[in-house]
Design a binder for this molecule. Structure first.
Ligand SMILES: Cc1cc2nc3c(=O)[nH]c(=O)nc-3n(C[C@H](O)[C@H](O)[C@H](O)COP(=O)(O)O)c2cc1C
Length: 294
């Protein structure tokens, strides 16, 4: 759909070993996902050295370091956004990865631990000095978790201080929001998380500079969901497939007349036939919606 690159979900640096790598589901990707980065998290530079060497052999295009995850279990271990309060360790981690891979290294941060503890102005230069080629910034403090609006001015501060490209992240739920975030921060790029759920077309929309969802053919929406389902079924063990698919379907089924009833059906989907019925209904409802809006 036009995304320049994608990143895996976070993988524990400490948990990677040569033995577990082949079967590690989080490290599997489809060739069409390239360019793809692998995101590592952890708290000990030594763990990252070995992890960087292992993942460098798997065909990834870059390695990203997680210094943003706000989840208690993660920060209590000194990982994720806890690293924003321990810059020497974060710097040592970036150095550990950079010196054990020939791939570009990127770092994902938040704007600080809390409004009382923003990241220092010197952080982007420190990360660059240790080998970071780019920095992605989620415009929230750890104390915000996922609440409130992304803080554009704080991202802009980091953009201003950074010697390497900064990628802005947070709340790009629509093409309009995404373009506003770029304009307000002066960032070199955008990272989209939740806005791509059920709306992978957002990347195409941003690149073209105009929202295109309204004009998407109903058939195209349905055919993308079938493709999504096909790839999910290659990747996810059968026992979990429909449970995970339901969550994805609910993201696609929203924002048109009749969506609520169809969502209620989608919650129960448990076989291919069922999915087929739901998608036929979706196509019908989307066509009606398009006619109404025309
Ligand atoms: C369910 C969920 C899982 C996430 N997992 C990760 C992750 O593994 N690594 C990461 O850097 N960020 C992760 N994030 C954070 C997103 O990358 C992003 O920074 C955040 O959601 C804000 O951007 P958005 O408003 O575009 O979603 C996750 C977010 C959500 C909602």
């Amino acid at each position: 759909m036009g995304a320049t690159a994608v990143v895996t979900e976070m993988v524990a640096a400490a948990g990677l070993s040569r033995r577990s790598v082949k079967s590690h589901r989080l490290l599997q990707y489809h060739p069409e996902e390239k360019p793809i980065g692998v995101q590592l998290f952890g708290s000990r530079p030594g763990d990252f050295e070995g992890a960087a060497e292992i993942v460098s052999e798997l065909g990834f295009d870059f390695i990203d370091i997680n210094a943003g995850c706000p989840v208690k279990k993660v920060v209590n271990n000194g990982s994720g956004s806890a690293l924003l309060r321990d810059i020497p360790t974060l710097a040592a981690i970036v150095r550990a990865v950079s010196s054990h891979t020939s791939l570009p290294v990127t770092v994902k941060i938040r704007v600080g631990w809390s409004p009382e503890e923003p990241v220092p102005d010197s952080l982007p230069a420190i990360l660059a000095e240790e080998g970071a080629a780019a920095i992605a910034v989620h415009g929230r403090y750890r104390s915000d978790m996922f609440a409130g609006e992304a803080r554009k001015m704080e991202i802009e501060r980091i953009v201003r201080e950074s010697p390497v490209p900064v990628i802005a992240n947070g709340d790009s739920r629509s093409v309009r929001n995404a373009i506003d975030l770029m304009d307000a921060t002066g960032a070199a790029g955008l990272m989209i998380g939740r806005g791509a759920l059920g709306n992978p077309w957002i990347f195409r929309g941003i690149l073209s500079g105009k929202p295109e969802n309204a004009s998407l053919a109903a058939e195209e929406v349905v055919s993308v969901i079938w493709q999504h389902y096909g790839w999910m079924s290659d990747y996810i063990p059968a026992a979990h497939l429909y449970g995970i698919l339901r969550g994805q379907l609910l993201h696609y089924i929203r924002g048109f007349r009749g969506a609520a009833d169809l969502r209620a059906r989608a919650v129960g989907v448990d076989c291919r036939e069922d999915l087929s019925d739901i998608l036929s209904e979706l196509e019908k409802l989307l066509k009606l919606e398009r006619q109404r809006k025309a």
